[in-house]
Design a protein around this ligand. Structure first.
Ligand code: PLP
Length: 421
């Protein structure tokens, strides 16, 4: 199947007389005739279901679709994008271990790494994505377990240099994890660009309708934990799971099986079947929506660039943008995503005034759904930061983050034009 067909029909194959739509198994548990049958499931000898915290037919089918779309071998859905990041880190890091992360990433991920995981003894060493190979390598030691970045950073809009980071990670035998939320596999499949793990907040474009919070990660088939001294937890027997050795027993799916067996079991950050059901329906139109988001965002970025009330625009599709070359190198031809950031001339007050004048485009703490929406980070998500701290995060006080929807582009342009005028 090609990508577009995978979006629509991937993973779920109805048998004769079965429901045409992936059914919703809204059940916590599953019934068996004998204790031995259930015991085989606990021992992972039988792939059946026992309890929805660990697996559910609706959720697992959606996971299969995501693995397909990202070109990976296995996926695991989580209750949110935050939970996906949490599980990816804690699947490989113990207290005393560290992560090397790009400094330009989503603020929630930054906090998770910098505050909560640090409190648990997992250190994150942040580095500017523009840093040289030598500067990044200087942060790596024998307790480094993950290199982490975002394909298209929210809201910094930087495009990840996959070649540079994959080369560094693999030279040192370290997993390279990429949050692909804003780009989606429609623009780029990080596993084909050297990443070993891909993460998503499925809350965003994958669902696309702002109806479900969710997350997921997908593992590729290239990273081999065998004999890698950084990751004994994949080679030594897991006494909490019948002595399983994840790399030996699960091969390329080791990362996902271990996360499910240990972390979904213990932390319970499971995607609900209803959210998997709805998110799967949203995902059926991912290919159509993403193309429209990209087309509309390009028109919007061009219009903003020429409006006198706009001080600056960041959109990788603009030839003048510093990320244009990387975006052209890595993204699907002519596609640059649906997010545009720009500065309103006149600073914080002017940005707020402009936003009050919008009618079609609503002010929301969200991005990446069918409806155009807008946010002023300095007065909302980042309001606790001083002007100096905002600058350090790459967020200027007049920065407006616009998530361009899939409405008729003329209506979006008219709304922006009227408010800016
Ligand atoms: N990653 C990125 C790039 C995001 O933009 C977000 C949320 O905005 C997250 C992760 C966290 O996802 P969630 O809100 O589903 O927990």
């Amino acid at each position: 199947m090609k990508f577009d067909t995978q979006c629509v029909q991937g993973a779920y194959k109805p048998g004769n007389g079965d429901a045409r739509v992936l059914p919703l198994y809204q059940s916590t548990t599953f019934a068996y005739d004998t204790p031995e049958q259930l015991a085989d499931i606990f021992d992972l000898k039988d792939p059946g279901y026992m309890y929805t915290r660990l697996g559910n037919p609706t959720v697992n089918c959606f996971e299969e679709k995501l693995a397909m779309l990202e070109g990976g071998v296995a996926a695991l859905c989580t209750s949110s994008g935050q939970a996906a990041s949490l599980l990816c880190v804690t699947n490989v890091c113990n207290a005393g271990d560290n992560v090397v992360a790009m400094s330009k990433i989503y603020g929630g991920t930054f906090n998770l790494l910098n505050v909560t995981l640090r409190r648990l003894g997992i250190e994150t060493r942040f580095v500017d994505p523009e840093a040289s190979e030598r500067e990044i390598e200087a942060l790596i030691d024998d307790r480094t377990k993950l290199i982490f970045g975002e394909t298209l950073a929210n809201p910094a809009m930087t495009v990840l240099d996959f070649d540079k980071l994959a080369a560094i990670a693999h030279k040192h035998g370290i997993l390279f994890a990429v949050d692909n939320t804003l780009a989606t596999p429609y623009l780029v499949k990080p596993l084909q660009r050297g990443a070993d793990l891909v993460l998503h907040s499925t809350t965003k474009y994958i669902d696309g309708h702002a109806s479900c919070v969710g997350g997921a990660f997908v593992c590729g088939d290239k990273f081999d934990f065998t004999c890698n001294p950084r990751y004994p937890m994949f080679n030594e027997p897991d006494e909490s799971y019948h002595g399983m050795r994840y790399q030996r027993d699960c091969g390329a799916a080791a990362f996902v099986v271990k996360a499910r067996a240990q972390l979904l079991r213990d932390m319970g950050t499971t995607m609900s079947p209803f959210n998997a059901y709805l998110t799967n329906i949203g995902c059926e139109t991912l290919h159509l929506r993403m193309q429209r988001h990209c087309d509309n965002a390009m028109r919007v970025a061009q219009m903003l660039q020429s409006h006198p009330a706009v001080e600056w625009v960041r959109y990788a599709g603009l030839e003048s943008d510093e990320n244009h070359a990387n975006a052209v190198k890595y993204f699907r031809a002519g596609c640059f995503g649906g997010m545009v950031t720009f500065g309103v001339r006149g600073g914080r007050a002017a940005a707020a005034e402009f936003m009050k004048k919008l009618e079609l485009i609503k002010i929301v703490t969200h991005i990446a759904d069918a409806r155009s929406c807008i946010l002023h980070p300095a007065s909302t998500t980042h309001r606790q930061l001083s002007d100096e701290q905002l600058v350090a995060c790459g967020i200027r006080d007049n920065l407006v983050r616009l998530s361009v929807g899939i409405e008729d582009v003329q209506d979006i342009l008219d709304d922006l034009q009227r408010a800016l005028d």
